[in-house]
Design a protein around this ligand. Sequence first.
Ligand code: ZN
Length: 109
Amino acid sequence: MDKVRIGVREYDIIEFSKEDVDKNVFEFNVSKEDGDLLGRIDSSKNCIYISKDQCEDAKNQTILHESLHAIWEQMGRDNNEDLINGLAEQLYALLVQNYFPFSKKEAFK
Ligand SMILES: [Zn+2]
């Protein structure tokens, strides 16, 4: 998955390494105390960044988490990390445990 459509916008999904964070390649401005960064969204660049240092399942969860941040931003809401975390976990479980025939997977080809 290298792109995700959210609302009327399309976001590039870009993987980053620990070295990228250390060198501040993507200007995440993460402090050492923040711990390992799994994902970040930059709506000004329409980019979702995800850490390479995750298994595929965790990467997908991170993409969903950052996508919810994008939805939240597009709705004009202030960030609420606890709410996004909870929604992302529940929505991920819902999506992997069920098949929704209304999902237009072919739109992403
Ligand atoms: Zn978050």
